[in-house]
Design a protein around this ligand. Structure first.
Ligand SMILES: Cc1cc2nc3c(=O)[nH]c(=O)nc-3n(C[C@H](O)[C@H](O)[C@H](O)COP(=O)(O)OP(=O)(O)OC[C@H]3O[C@@H](n4cnc5c(N)ncnc54)[C@H](O)[C@@H]3O)c2cc1C
Length: 374
């Protein structure tokens, strides 16, 4: 089969590239090893820029699997700090619902979906790429690696991927697990419950459902055991309604995003941590940039665009990781954010790109004063 884009991976990044390409009149094949809507360990909080991109892609998430949220709440013992997004709500979205909606949109636009299909090696020549799959070869102008954190295409393209430096110490790389509980969401915010060595991310993902994801460093994790670190949270939950799923380790630094006709997007392009819940938004924004650069015949431009899209996230997430690893500092920061809620609003607005760092300066300054005087 001959197409413009052969896309390995039918997760959010791969489907976003396929939809974006089809909206520009291009042909795409998505090769995904799973069948039907794809589930994955995820905090499932889509930040406001991701909501805007999803809307621009014409994807309509089903009501059964989503719930809006207006901001972020930090819970550190009995200290609570919270702030709203200035640019509008985010969306808690069950991965199965996101996948279902994106698959429907892609199919409606004429994207070819090879589900239950494994992508194998590829060869490249001056005119295009031939991707080998368990269904036979696909010939394409561009090969898109959207095959996640441990991307095989990236490896076969000879692009180096190394563990990102562990911020603040050597207690191992970060991992995540999640599970869903049947309960009416009690908060209109995504809640981050801070503990020493583990954080809980609580996201409303349906009219009667919340997801609880844990992130931690080092060895094996047990969802039930982690929950016991947060008895006040455990008391709010109803019965579990999904099995535990895990992912990681995070922290993959990738040397480059393009090589010849191969382009990397989503987690395959590099990923730091789920701490600020931005993987989906970054994947959607990068998908748009990838298609624009290839349509213009300037794939190298994508590298610069990717750096621009992810720069703020990498800086902010890196800083927050440093804080998370130092309980004394974390407690001080959460107390300062509680004293200066407008400062926390400014941080959120800067992190999502709604405010420039310059515009956020007074907010950051206020939190800084809170830190020094708290
Ligand atoms: C615990 C946790 C919490 C998170 N919380 C959030 C959050 O709240 N908000 C947020 O925005 N992000 C969050 N993230 C990050 C987010 O989940 C990822 O950034 C996102 O899933 C990246 O999408 P992707 O399409 O690049 O990769 P994936 O979702 O991993 O999709 C890759 C796809 O490629 C397929 N594939 C791989 N290899 C092959 C092959 N050889 N052949 C065929 N198919 C293949 C896989 O089956 C998979 O479906 C979280 C992540 C974790 C682990």
């Amino acid at each position: 089969m001959d197409v413009d884009y052969a896309i390995v991976g039918g997760g959010p990044a791969g489907l976003a590239v396929a939809i974006e390409a089809a909206m520009h009149g291009k042909t795409a094949v998505v090769v995904e090893r799973c069948r039907g809507p794809v589930d994955k360990a995820c905090g499932e909080g889509l930040m406001p820029p991701g909501v805007a991109r999803l809307r621009a892609l014409g994807v309509e998430p089903p009501a059964w699997g989503c719930h809006p949220f207006t901001g972020i709440r930090y819970v550190d013992g009995d200290v609570i700090a919270e702030a709203r997004f200035l640019e509008g709500p985010g969306l808690g979205i069950r991965r199965l619902a996101l996948s279902e909606a994106m698959l429907a949109r892609a199919a409606a636009l004429g994207v070819t979906l090879y589900q239950g299909t494994e992508a194998m090696g590829f060869t490249e020549d001056a005119q295009g790429v031939t991707l080998e799959t368990s269904r036979g070869p696909v010939r394409a102008r561009w090969l898109v690696a959207a095959d996640g954190l441990h991307s095989r295409v990236r490896k076969e393209a000879g692009i180096d991927a190394t563990p990102a430096a562990t911020p603040g110490g050597s207690s191992g790389r970060r991992l995540g697990i999640r599970r869903h509980f049947t309960v009416r969401p009690w908060s209109d915010k995504v809640e981050v419950w801070w503990g020493d060595g583990v954080e809980a991310y609580v996201t409303p993902v349906g009219p009667e459902r919340v997801g609880v994801a844990f992130l931690w460093s080092g060895g094996k994790g047990d969802h039930e055991a982690f929950l016991q670190h947060f008895p006040a949270l455990a008391a709010k939950l109803g019965p579990p309604e999904s099995t535990v799923r895990g992912a990681g380790p995070f922290g993959v630094r990738v040397a480059r995003r393009t090589r010849g006709r191969v382009l990397l997007v989503g987690d395959a392009a590099g990923y730091l941590d789920a701490l600020t819940g931005e993987g989906l938004s970054l994947a959607f924004e990068s998908a748009e940039a990838l298609v624009a650069a290839t349509l213009a015949g300037t794939p190298a431009r994508y590298e610069a665009d990717w750096a621009r899209i992810t720069r703020r996230h990498l800086l902010f997430t890196g800083l927050l990781l440093q804080v998370a690893r130092r309980p004394w500092l974390r407690r001080r920061v959460v107390r300062a954010l509680r004293r200066f809620p407008s400062g926390m609003e400014g941080f959120l607005a800067m992190n999502t790109g709604h405010w420039s760092p310059f515009r956020a300066l007074p907010s950051v300054g206020a939190v800084g004063i809170g830190l020094l005087t708290g």
